[in-house]
Design a protein around this ligand. Structure first.
Ligand code: UDX
Length: 452
């Protein structure tokens, strides 16, 4: 086998999708492959570009995306990804072609283009340039399995769910109930088209997953039957290759000092990730539910995430005074460090896949409040299959929030979930060590890249 030290002339071009939950796993993958001796180029859009300062060993190449402001602000995922892929196709080809021309007769060569499946134009660009490619999926395998079933479920009338509170099982999609099927906030048909496109891997040599066998091996075996290229489950990538901060927003690290002053497993951490939002009424119910739970809390209110306000102007009167001793609000937290902190005993999450993996990896049980896309599916697995979360259903109500926090943080039910979460944490630690499944997957990936 080729020695690690001989690989630096092998260049890997990584093409992330420009949203926080997608940039992070790609940069982590870059760190992993760099530690294996490869040279890493990040070909990124101008929009939401990653901060290169934390990655001095990478080369960053910018792709003009010309993403129209009105498309971006529409929040319409199908329109945004259609526009990104259309606009980036040509410039990405140019970036690859310039690199290849510069390499000329030198030893340096692009060995592979690794793209996030939402940046599907990169598969076509790599193929056009006669370069090998691989796809990285940054959501769960369970989600992709459900996505692949959506056309059937649509034909059979189960999708989109007519009743978003229905707990009827979905035939052929265990463990999902009608209410757990993905929920899109925009027009259905363009979303179905987008899903069909990202499922359709044409010329790539493998699909890489940010997941671990201890969570999704059976699902991986099931989905693998639909594909002729190998699946490689490398995750959780943030554990396998802890990278410098990958945050687009500035992290308020002093909340860690506040956590230092709290008792073990006492704090509930609340965050809805990088995209979800709530209205003023939900914000007020959340505020009082947390305050009245009597449990210390660290709450991330991302600027703009409360509709109709800049940040926390819409907090109910008297709330700040009520929580002086028990609560802390921040704009953006160093989430991985927060979840790893001994004081954090629970996570109220929107169940984005990164948050899900980050919480399980630290043995932190969850209150699951999914908002859209893949989050419903993740929530169902968390609560019903892995049994490390409880679901907060229906309209947000302060009494129910208070109860949910107490169930998770102090009652027997929560303690059992914490034990199960800690057992997953241990399994994940084993999987990333030599002899573990994610470690073996990384060796498989390295060998595959060298063989291309
Ligand atoms: C989006 C979708 O919502 C999600 O369902 C999909 O799986 C990925 O893309 P997002 O809302 O960004 O994800 O959630 P998530 O996947 O959980 O990623 C959020 C990332 O932001 C996590 O890595 C988390 O650590 C980070 N984060 C969040 C912070 O660093 N600080 C914060 O305060 C909040």
């Amino acid at each position: 086998m080729e020695e690690r030290g001989q690989r630096s002339n092998r260049r890997l071009v990584l093409v992330p999708c420009p949203f926080q939950g997608h940039i992070t796993p790609m940069l982590n993958l870059g760190s992993l492959l760099h530690s294996e001796g490869f040279s890493i180029v990040i070909a990124h859009t101008n929009f939401n570009h990653p901060d290169p300062s934390g990655f001095p060993n990478f080369t960053f190449a910018s792709i003009p995306d010309c993403l129209p402001k009105d498309v971006l602000s529409s929040g319409d995922a199908a329109a945004i990804f259609a526009s990104l892929n259309t606009n980036c196709r040509g410039p990405l080809r140019q970036v690859l072609s310039d690199m290849m021309a510069k390499d000329g007769a030198t030893e340096n060569k692009i060995s592979c283009v690794i793209y996030e499946t939402l940046m599907y134009c990169a598969e076509a660009a790599a193929h056009y340039m006669k370069l090998p490619s691989m796809a990285l999926r940054t959501s769960s395998i369970s989600t992709q399995l459900v996505f692949s079933e959506l056309p059937r479920l649509q034909k059979e009338g189960y999708f989109p769910s007519k009743d978003r509170s229905s707990k009827d099982p979905v035939p052929g999609a265990y463990p999902l109930r009608c209410k757990d099927l993905p929920f899109f906030t925009t027009d259905l048909e363009p979303m179905m088209q987008l899903i069909a496109t990202i499922l359709d891997i044409r010329t790539s040599s493998a699909i890489l997953w940010n997941t671990a066998d201890c969570l999704e091996q059976q699902l991986s075996d099931q989905l693998q039957k639909q594909y002729s290229v190998p699946f490689i489950s490398l995750g959780p990538l943030h554990k396998v290759a802890p990278a410098s901060s990958t945050s687009i927003l500035e992290e308020e690290t002093d909340c860690l000092l506040w956590l230092d002053k709290q008792a073990n497993d006492s704090v509930i951490y609340v965050s809805l990730g990088s995209l979800a939002s709530m209205d003023e009424g939900e914000f007020a119910e959340t505020a009082w539910g947390l305050a009245n739970s009597g449990q210390p809390f660290l709450w991330v209110v991302r600027p703009g995430s409360v509709r109709g306000s800049e940040w926390i102007e819409l907090l109910p009167g008297g709330f700040k005074e009520a929580i002086q001793e028990t609560g802390r609000l921040v704009r953006w937290a160093p989430q991985k460090d927060v979840l790893a902190h001994r004081a954090v005993g629970g996570f109220w999450t929107h169940c984005g896949w990164n948050s899900t993996l980050e919480s399980i990896s630290e043995g932190v049980p969850m209150i699951c409040r999914p908002c859209f896309m893949d989050q419903n599916v993740n929530a169902r697995y968390l609560c019903h299959v892995w049994r490390v979360g409880l679901e907060l259903e229906g309209d947000l109500d302060q009494k129910e929030i208070e109860q949910a926090v107490r169930r998770l943080m102090v009652e027997e039910e929560g303690k059992e979930m914490r034990l199960r979460a800690v057992a997953f944490k241990d399994q994940i630690e084993l999987s990333i060590r030599k002899g573990g499944s994610s470690h073996a997957a990384m060796e498989e990936l390295v060998n595959l890249i060298i063989s291309l």
